[in-house]
Design a protein around this ligand. Structure first.
Ligand code: ADP
Ligand code: DP6
Ligand code: CO
Length: 379
């Protein structure tokens, strides 16, 4: 693993049956990522080939510190423990402490793909069954990318368990598309890789690659404002399917628009031009939610606080006469604010003034506004 990735994904491995070394356990963690240009639509539902590239920021585990009125979360991440050995008679999966009646089919796909690779690589004994216990330390299915950190942790954990060293972003993708981006640090691109005429379906690749390490733009910060910890009304998988099938906005321009936005984003990153970066990510976020509203039945993700935050950002930028803060929302009501370090103190102050207290000690119950430091906050 490259050193940058190692800083994002952590692992520990131990054998509980020391004599035979047959019962093996791994514990891994993986971070969330926030999409700057959004993945919203699949070309192939089974293999999870997206209709467009997407670019995201992996939220560094050491530098993200969200607050909640109930508890202080050090890092937004998934921790997954996987055990295998001859003693297991079936595979099972527990999420956030609740044993699931069935293993979801895409979770099964990830397990099977890793198992097959393990059998082919012949590196260590491979038992048929695994016991997976996974926990997110932030709201699940609330638009905070739990499927991304969850599936990244699963794929990474299985790769460690079976000693796989090939690119597993391709396997993670099968669990949840956005998860392949959580397997790399910094600014990451998920490449769609269209099928060309000469290529066989089997040799097709769609993988995540790091565009810039986290040290590239050390002044970038993200603040996460949790406006609701509730599960979203429609999961991302179904909502994007619905959008592709029913939204005429999607059919008439989304793909060309996101390609243009990707070019603008790449240029803004290259020039470290925060104003252009902010503009393009806000427009991407707004387009995602316009598409969701244009789906039928519509998927309404933003709540009154999300909308208030959008207005607030535009108001702040107008007041200061420059773009100093940008927002982006995934498929959910929770807001990711992006700014440069120098502007964070004043923004935090204004957030508190506008929306109430922020922080682990001051945030009263019932007020869900929370903030975090961001990726890239190299100190
Ligand atoms: P989010 O915005 O949180 O990514 P999604 O609708 O994309 O929401 O995905 C939510 C689903 O992801 C959950 O219902 C669950 O099936 C899966 N998921 C969430 N966390 C984990 C995890 N830690 N391990 C495995 N799967 C997970
Ligand atoms: C709005 O990766 O959660 O967050 O591949 O069906 O599991 P599946 O969907 P998922 O979709 C994420 C959509 C998004 C934008 C993004 O992360 O690029
Ligand atoms: Co998701």
């Amino acid at each position: 693993m490259d050193p940058v990735t190692a800083a994002y994904l952590t692992e520990s491995i131990y054998f509980t049956s020391r004599l035979t070394m047959s019962v093996k356990t791994v514990i891994v963690t993986a971070p969330i990522n926030i999409a700057l240009t959004k993945y919203w639509g699949k070309e192939d539902e089974f293999n999870i080939y997206p209709l467009n590239n997407s670019i995201s920021l992996t939220l560094s585990q050491d530098q993200v510190r969200p607050f909640d009125h109930l508890y202080f979360i050090e890092k937004l991440m998934t921790t997954t423990k996987i055990t295998t050995g001859p003693h297991l008679t079936k595979s099972s999966f527990s999420l956030n402490g609740i044993l699931q009646k069935e293993i979801p089919s895409r979770t099964k796909d990830v397990i099977i793909l890793c198992l097959l690779r393990a059998r082919l690589s012949n590196r260590c004994p491979v038992y048929r069954h695994v016991y997976i216990e996974s926990t997110n330390n932030f709201p699940t299915a609330a638009g905070l990318a739990s499927s991304a950190s969850g599936m990244a942790a699963l794929a990474f954990g299985l790769a460690k368990l079976y000693e796989l060293d090939s690119d597993i972003t391709e396997i993670a993708r099968r669990g949840s598309g956005s998860s392949c981006r959580s397997m790399k640090g910094g600014i990451v691109q998920w490449i769609r890789c269209p099928l060309n005429e000469t290529q066989e379906q089997l040799t097709r690749k769609s993988f995540a690659k790091q565009l810039y390490p986290c040290t590239f733009w050390p002044e970038l910060r993200v603040a996460i404002c949790v406006t609701s910890a509730a599960m979203k009304p429609v999961g991302s998988t179904l909502a994007m399917q619905r959008t592709v099938h029913t939204s005429s906005l999607f059919a008439h321009g989304r793909i060309s628009s996101v390609q243009i936005n990707e070019e603008k984003l790449l240029l803004a990153l290259k020039n470290k031009d925060f104003s252009s970066l902010g503009t393009v990510i806000m427009k991407e976020s707004n387009q995602l939610h316009a598409l969701c509203l244009d789906a039928w039945p519509p998927c309404v993700y933003l709540n009154e606080f999300s909308l208030a935050l959008i207005r607030w950002v535009h108001g702040i930028n107008k007041y200061f006469g420059r773009l100093l803060v940008a927002y982006t929302f995934d498929a959910g009501p929770n807001c990711f604010l992006i700014a440069e370090a120098k502007d964070m103190p004043v923004l935090q102050h204004l957030l508190v003034a506008s929306f109430g207290s922020v922080g682990p000690d001051t945030n009263p119950a019932g007020d869900d506004m929370v903030t975090v430091d961001a990726d890239g906050s190299r100190r």
